[in-house]
Design a protein around this ligand. Structure first.
Ligand SMILES: NC(=O)c1ccc[n+]([C@@H]2O[C@H](COP(=O)([O-])OP(=O)(O)OC[C@H]3O[C@@H](n4cnc5c(N)ncnc54)[C@H](OP(=O)(O)O)[C@@H]3O)[C@@H](O)[C@H]2O)c1
Length: 447
């Protein structure tokens, strides 16, 4: 009896497993899927949700080659097969073939997009496979197929195909040159209408950019209706960002609904579909008591907005594949502090702006580029601080700079403190209910 082992093949992500089979005078027993041991040996933790079987009456039954939109673990209950796999994923390994004669003492892990076929070499062959998504007609529509007789894959079937039992459909699949490769799972940007959402949409033109009108995260039906099975990466750019309003009765509810409950929904979706979730958080999860806040510091939020952001960070961090990016003072296309100040300057308003709240304004385009970088490099999952560089500045200093750069006198801006600030002045949108002196995120780790 061999020991359990997991061996790679020429097809990236396709693994052969040797399964120990314990036999005696009654027959045999094997652990066909043993998550803990197999994952420890390098098998992906693929989360099967459905078990299918096909029974093959006679030697010569030949099925395939089908590339499906889920991962599979293929094994036999009885009999023997020649298993054959051809990579039909878009990319440099497209067309790579691998075959293996196998009985119940082997299993093969087949990643999404690799075509799978087999020929029964004995009668009464029971073929079984675990898959990590439920079959549906919509899923079937996304299958990709290859002809069993394809000359490029050149699979040596022990029983010639002319003598084999093949379904009519399987006999008519295309040759490799006519196969449309299976695309990788897609990227979705949620909250695509906001400052960060727009910057991400520009940088990721192939991503599905979903504004609130298309996907409202506070509406469970809207979330459930989206076809998540084909999504590999979810970037959450949505948020309730009205920091002052979040302190009101209605704002508190709305902030919790968008920033926590909606994120819990996305976490559930990402977990179910093994997708990477990118989530954006804020310096407001800290109280500013320390001069700088490293990525692993426990949160200490002072206001409702900060509490909701910290709660979502904890939810997202429960996922194996996640990135939480903490940033500050996002400036992009849309409503933001700089635009508000420019508008006040234009209208001749002389605002009082808080001098005791300090941070680093961050361009939405740079934040978006950081997200793309983390994804493209496959950086370790976790929490990252990401702001623009340069000295920290108070909102008062930033406001004065905006007045200057838009051709207005900087001394039109006067300093105030958070304690003195009264939200009924014309500057209500430029302060916040955060009672803190200074929040500085330590810089982004270099990956
Ligand atoms: N802005 C800052 O200074 C700042 C600072 C630190 C961290 N952050 C964080 O950075 C991220 C991006 O911020 P941002 O400045 O780009 O925000 P933003 O401009 O206010 O955009 C937020 C987007 O979320 C959408 N949204 C709200 N509720 C939604 C829902 N129920 N379903 C789907 N979408 C919904 C909004 O849609 P509508 O346009 O339809 O309302 C809006 O397009 C957020 O996580 C924020 O907390 C921002």
């Amino acid at each position: 009896m061999t020991a359990l082992s997991v061996t790679p093949t020429p097809i990236p992500g396709l693994f052969v497993l040797d399964l120990p089979v314990h036999g005696d005078n009654r027959g045999w027993f094997k652990e066909n899927w043993q998550r803990e041991k197999m994952v420890a040996l390098g098998l992906p933790d693929f989360g099967p949700v459905q078990n299918n079987m096909s029974y093959n009456l006679d030697a010569g039954v030949t099925r395939g080659l089908h590339a499906e939109p889920w991962d599979k673990l293929v094994s036999l209950g009885t009999g023997r097969i020649l298993g054959a796999w051809v990579d039909l994923r878009a990319g440099s390994s497209f067309g790579t073939a691998f075959s293996l004669e196998m009985g119940p003492d082997k299993a093969v892990f087949v990643p999404r997009g690799v075509a799978n076929g087999y020929q029964a070499l004995e009668g009464n062959t029971l073929y079984s496979y675990l898959v990590n998504d439920h079959w549906s007609p919509a899923a079937r529509a996304s299958y990709t197929y290859l002809n069993l007789a394809d000359e490029t894959a050149a699979i040596t079937w022990p029983i010639p195909l002319a003598e084999a039992t093949i379904s009519d459909a399987d006999a008519h699949h295309p040759r490799l040159a006519d196969v449309v490769p299976m695309p990788p799972r897609s990227t979705v940007i949620v909250g695509a209408g906001g400052q960060l959402g727009r910057a991400l949409t520009t940088l990721l033109p192939d991503a599905a950019a979903l504004t609130r009108a298309r996907l409202d995260l506070t509406d469970p039906a809207s979330v459930d209706a989206y076809p998540w099975a084909s999504v590999g990466t979810i970037i959450n750019a949505s948020a309730y960002t009205a920091v002052d309003d979040a302190e009101t009765g209605e704002g508190r509810r709305r902030a919790w609904a968008v920033n926590v409950q909606a994120v819990a929904r996305l976490v559930e979706v990402a977990r179910r579909h093994r997708a990477t979730l990118v989530h954006v958080s804020s310096d407001y999860v800290f109280d500013g008591a320390a001069p700088e806040h490293p990525e692993d510091e426990p949160p200490s939020p002072l206001g409702v907005y900060g509490v909701t952001k910290a709660a979502a960070d904890a939810l997202v961090a429960t996922l194996p594949q996640h990135y939480v990016l903490r940033t500050s003072g996002v400036i992009g296309e849309g409503r933001n502090f700089v635009r508000t100040m420019a508008g006040l300057a234009e209208r001749g308003i002389r605002p009082a702006v808080v001098v005791d709240q300090v941070g680093r304004p961050t361009f939405a385009t740079d934040l978006a580029a950081g997200i793309v970088h983390l994804l493209a490099t496959g950086a370790p999952a976790g929490t990252y601080n990401l702001t623009n560089e340069g000295p920290a500045a108070s909102w008062f200093e930033v406001a004065r700079r905006v007045f200057e750069l838009t051709g207005h006198p900087a001394d039109a801006v006067s300093p105030t403190t958070t304690a003195e600030f009264t939200p009924c002045t014309s500057t209500s949108s430029v302060s916040s209910s955060l009672r803190r002196a200074m929040v500085l995120l330590l810089p982004f780790r270099d990956h």
